[in-house]
Design a protein around this ligand. Structure first.
Ligand code: ZN
Length: 328
């Protein structure tokens, strides 16, 4: 009898901190359960939390969405995406939302939204397009380890504190055109499977792109790097353009692999530039660029003669051990 009574007890969701009851035949609640689900029941549970209805020990903390599986597109405020029938609207006034480990099945539209504190999206999966066009994050923007299965649009966005996009997987087109990073920007180890656009971007702090990989055509044209720019160990499989960039801090492209044309024309390198051990499989353009401190290309390999037309080396240019067309 006792055993039977135990199985009849309502079971709590198995997610580590969740206060909701598990769905029938599942270990997880309607919010955490993967796969297709009843949208109206999902919304009812979510809005109970957002509107703080019901007993406190039967709902989750207001803007804590860790591990939720959102079945349709998430929008903020009264936005409605006409292309999508169903949306889940989050309040415009939400503060420091935590989306760690979420699945956003329909993607999200946070365009022009101002996140007043931190915005945590670490380890999320955006199955649909992620639209953060023109958004502002006042606190830390944490997107570590996030997967963007469709486009990721951060055009004109402003990050006022630290930014971490390290270890991200961008499967669709990526746009950070005119984005402003007021402090550090972290993209180390991320993979860009299609085109990546960072034109007119402003990096006021350290820009760390160490060991990131670019499969599609990539542009950083007219961008400004006020501190260290670290592209060491990066892999560029398609054409990449860093035309007309200002590198005010030390610049690292050491160990980078350029499989197609690499265009660094009309750049200014105000501190030393390190291209040691890099490999250029096609054309390398540095025409019109100025190296105000030492430029290092030691043990680099150029499959074709690099182009330095009108380039200025104010200090030294170091090519010890480099090979050109396979010849030293
Ligand atoms: Zn749950």
């Amino acid at each position: 009898m006792e055993a039977k009574a135990a199985t009849d007890e309502p079971k709590h969701c198995a997610h580590k901190w969740c206060k909701l009851l598990a769905e029938e035949g599942s270990d997880l609640c309607i919010l955490h359960q993967p796969g297709p689900k009843d949208l109206e029941r999902f919304k009812a549970a979510l809005y109970t939390q957002l509107n703080e209805q019901g007993k406190e020990d039967e709902r989750n903390h207001r803007f804590w969405f860790e591990g939720y599986v959102f079945p349709v597109r998430v929008v903020v405020g009264d936005k409605r995406d006409k292309a999508v029938n169903e949306t889940i609207a989050l309040p415009a006034g939400m503060v420091r939302p935590f989306f760690g480990g979420c699945t956003l099945t329909g993607g999200a539209d946070f365009s022009d939204h101002r996140f007043e504190g931190n915005a945590s999206f670490a380890d999320c999966t955006f199955v649909g397009a992620a639209d953060f066009d023109g958004c502002t994050v006042v606190g830390v923007a944490d997107f570590r380890g996030t997967t963007f299965e469709k486009g990721a649009n951060f055009r004109g966005s402003t990050f006022l504190w630290g930014t971490n996009f390290g270890g991200c997987k961008f499967s669709g087109d990526v746009c950070f055109d005119a984005a402003e990073f007021a402090t550090g920007a972290g993209f180390a180890g991320s993979t860009f499977a299609r085109g990546a656009e960072f034109n007119d971007a402003k990096f006021a702090g350290v820009a760390n792109f160490n060991c990131s990989k670019y499969v599609g055509v990539t542009h950083f044209d007219n961008s400004t790097f006020a501190k260290v720019a670290n592209f060491g160990g990066c892999t560029f499989e398609e054409v990449i353009c860093f035309r007309d960039c200002r590198f005010a801090g030390v610049t690292y492209f050491d160990g980078a692999r350029f499989s197609r044309d690499a265009d660094f024309s009309d750049c200014t390198f105000e501190a030393f530039a390190n291209f040691d051990h890099s490999k250029f499989a096609r054309d390398a353009h540095f025409d019109g660029s100025t190296f105000e401190q030492d430029a290092y290309f030691r043990r680099s390999r150029f499959a074709r003669d690099p182009r330095f037309g009108d380039a200025k080396f104010v200090r030294g240019a170091h090519f010890h051990g480099s090979t050109f067309k396979g010849l030293t």
